[in-house]
Structures are given as structure tokens and as C-alpha cells.
Design a protein around this ligand. Sequence first.
Ligand code: MG
Length: 383
Amino acid sequence: MTFSAVIVAAGSGTRAGPGQAKQWRLVAGKPVLRWSVEAFLAAGASEIVIVTSEDGELALPETLGGLSGWRSAPGGATRALSVRSGLAALSDRPADEPVLVHDAARPFLTRGAIDGLLAALAEADGAIPALPVADTLKRAEPGADLMTTSRDNLWRAQTPQAFRRDKLLAAYAAWTGATEPTDDAQVVEAIGGRVAIAPGDPLLMKLTYPEDFAMAERLAGAARITRVGQGFDAHRWGPGESVSLCGVEIAHDETLIGHSDADAGLHALTDALLGAIGEGDIGDHFPPTDPQWKGAASDKFLIHAADLVRAKGGVIVNVDVTLICERPKIKPHRAAMRERLAEILSLPLDRVSVKATTTEKMGFTGRGEGLAAQAVVSVETPA
Ligand code: MG
């Protein structure tokens, strides 16, 4: 199901301590805001509007470098005004398409939380993730004795909160409350809209106080999953004077035959990346029947696969390529191949491996009919 998202990132967040506002601070090396943008993109958001201050707008290109599908809108003096600004910046979409409104200070948004909201929204005008109150509640009023209050039927509302677009727009247009709404569901409740409760997630905690950032660092790992992909490719030897392997041109008395430059190392690695994120194979993205890929340098294919990983909010952890041939000797070129792969993928050298082996003169590689390559990659993406 398509949906759009508004992320409110306009606050100055002074309770989180001195320094940058919390949406720009790093958790596990990544800006807090970026966590949510990546999660929405991975879940298939059709568009994302980020509501932020003038300073924030200047920081967005660097904070969200490499991500597309977002734009910014100016923040207002209050949260409600900021949400209104974000809603106004959304493009025209079907009236019943869901809009998810999210606070940037809740970075650990998961696909499961988004899917749960969209499912709950099918039966309502709005849906919010909420957790039942588990702690005992006390009321302490000045000059009065401490009172224990029932926690029955009390819920802690989180974000993102999902709404039918028309209902949310109508609710904000009608909001005349003297006080500020503390969330968007309150505005929809005020026009008699039905708001359903979807399962909340402790990981959707709001980063408010300095100590929250310490906990967030520990939780950061829990909101990510590790994926593995493998790829295999082989090409036949034919007449030629050089061969391209792992992006490095090597002088040789034969070349590999193929539609593109036949760089089996890059092809196997591209397939491994596509496999890790469930995006089919190299032939799906670059059909051999398409004349534009004739003789193409295969680094294009690998860059495309790496971009797809990043678009899913993924990070390539490491890659490992094995070339299988009797000739040419790979060892003298291994360092150059590693460096080239690290350059194409923007990875540190120690996360890139190139190995080579023979098959002891057995099989098609052993007989010198062709060269084969295998690759394995590890990728981290939002859960
Ligand atoms: Mg190939």
C-alpha cells in the first residue's frame, strides 16, 4: 500500500542537553532524523516531507546524502503549525491514501510498526501505535498526599500516527482548540474521527533527555537486521589482448566474451548485492537484450546495486569475491582489485576481499574454457 509521510524535525529539543538539536545528533554514527527517513523509504513511502527550521533545511542535504524521495517544508512556531505546513507541502494524492505523521526524535521505526499501522487504518480514520502503561502511576499534587492512580485503560501514544489523508486535513482545518494538541490523533478525535490502536513498539521511544541517547546507542543494533547475498558468474575465454576483472584491466592473451565487458567478478558481486536485498538479478536490471549495455563497463552495474542497497537504508558491511581460473595469475593484481572495489563501493579496504583459486585443471575453468567468479556480501538494513 502506498503512503506518504510527514516528519516533524523543527524542534530545538533543549531537554536533550546542550549542543545540536536532537534530530541532528548521531546515534550509532547516523543522524537521528536519517534513521526515520531510511525506514520510511524501505517501507515504500511514495513521498516524505520533512518539516524543519531554516538552519535545518541547510543541514538536510548532508544529513540525508544519497537518499531521494524527500523534500522539506518550513517549520511553524508550534508542532501543530509544523504539521500543517508539512501536510500543505504534500503533493496531490488520493483522498484516502494514508499519511503517516512522525516525530524525528523517534529513530527506531521498523517496517513491522508501519505495516501494523496501515493494517489498523483500514478499519478507522486514524491509527496510532500505543503501549499499555506498565508502571504504577502516582499523582503528586502540591500540598496533597501522594495518590496511586489506576492505570487501567491507559495507553502511551507513540508516532508515527497514520491517518486517511482527507480526515487529517479536515481535522487540522477544523482545529480551534485553545490549547496545543499534543499529538495528531487528538486533532482527529476532536472532529469525531475514529482512531484505532495498533501495537506499539518499545523501540519507538522518544529521545528526550541526555540519558536517552545512551540507551539509544545500545538499542541501535536491535533495529537493524543483517542480510547475506551470494552471486555467481562465468564467462567464456575468446580471442583478445586484455581482460577486465573486478574493475581492473589486465593484459592477457585472451579476453572474456560477453555482452558487456564480461567482468565476471563485478557481475557476481552485483548479483550478491541484489540478492541480499531481494532485488532479483543483474539480468533484471540490465537485460542483455538491451543494446545500451553492449561493451559496457560493469562498474555501472555494481554502482546501481549499491545505490539500491542505500535506498533501502542499507549499509554494505563487507564483500568477498573469489575468482576461479588457471590463468591469468590473479595474485599480482589482487591489491589493485580490492582498491578498485573499495572505491566503487565507498568502503574501507578492510571490508573488501578478493581471492583467487584454481580448480586443479578440472572442469571448464581448469581446461581454460572460461573463468568463474563467486561473491558473498553482508548488508545491514532496517528491520
Ligand atoms: Mg556476466
